[in-house]
Write a protein that binds this ligand. Structure first.
Ligand code: PGA
Length: 254
């Protein structure tokens, strides 16, 4: 069965003003009609969410880059799922390597995944190794990361879970390498094997897997066509409406 594509823009800690955020959002919205085969979600910094939610169209979806695992109370600096719901936020990116780098553990991430899925928020769970080694121990690390980030998540909650494979070494301006579609396909098969071990084969095949790491309008077709992924998590290129729209159109036309 062909899975519906999903293109997600991770704006990270950009841009610096609401005015620019509005411009980027409008620019993307203009080029995104309701596509039959592709969902499009934008994940800006949470401070811009209230204004951007007023601009939503039928074809655009809002997401965030983190959320608290707790419902309310004494959690200084945190944002709850309930606060986001009123602004029509539908997705949350969890376990991004930049947050793991700040100290988020698999255990913390699994708690957030559980809370978000229970609240019917769609989760984009990021996994990926920091570096590769000849002995392939990174595969074991990846397996543990997936198993632990999904700790105590029952099968019944998985319909809103998406896995994003993001090798840390291929992300952002500091990237030290690039993965090719054939290499990506191998990892996608490996991730499905791990998922099949936690759940079962049918579940493993039903879950959507995305790729993220230096995605642009030139390499996105290869990742989706030959890399075995049902979509992309786009960082830098998602801040450029022209590039992002191009990526969405490539997904739609595959
Ligand atoms: P990048 O970021 O596309 O700028 O490499 C991807 C990500 O970190 O999600």
């Amino acid at each position: 069965m062909k899975q519906k594509k999903l293109i997600v823009g991770n704006w990270k800690m950009n841009p610096q003003t609401g005015a620019v955020a509005g411009k980027i959002f409008d620019g993307i919205k203009k080029g995104i009609v309701t596509f039959k085969n592709t969902d499009v979600a934008m994940c800006p910094p949470v401070i811009f969410i209230p204004e951007l939610s007023k601009k939503l169209s039928a074809a655009t979806i809002l997401g965030v880059q983190n959320v608290s695992a707790s419902k309310e109370g004494a959690f200084t600096g945190e944002i709850s799922i309930g606060m986001l719901a009123q602004f029509k936020v539908k997705y949350v990116i969890l376990g991004h390597s930049e947050r793991r780098e700040m100290g988020e553990t698999d255990f913390m991430i699994s708690k957030k995944v559980e809370s978000a899925l229970n609240a019917k928020l769609s989760v984009i769970l990021c996994v990926g190794e920091k570096e590769r080694d000849e002995e392939c121990t990174y595969l074991e690390m990846l397996r543990l990361q997936i198993e632990n980030s999904l700790l105590n998540i029952p099968k019944g909650l998985l319909s809103k879970l998406v896995i994003a494979y993001e090798p840390v070494w291929a992300i952002g301006e500091k990237a030290t390498g690039r993965i090719d579609p054939a290499g990506l396909l191998e990892i996608v098969i490996f991730i499905r094997k791990v998922l099949s071990g936690i759940y079962d084969q049918e579940t493993a095949h039903s879950l959507k897997i995305l790729y993220g790491g230096s995605v642009d309008e030139k390499n996105s077709e290869g990742f989706m066509k030959e890399g075995g992924v049902a979509g992309l998590l786009v960082g830098r290129a998602s801040l450029n409406p022209k590039k992002f729209i191009e990526i969405v159109k490539i997904a739609e036309n595959l």
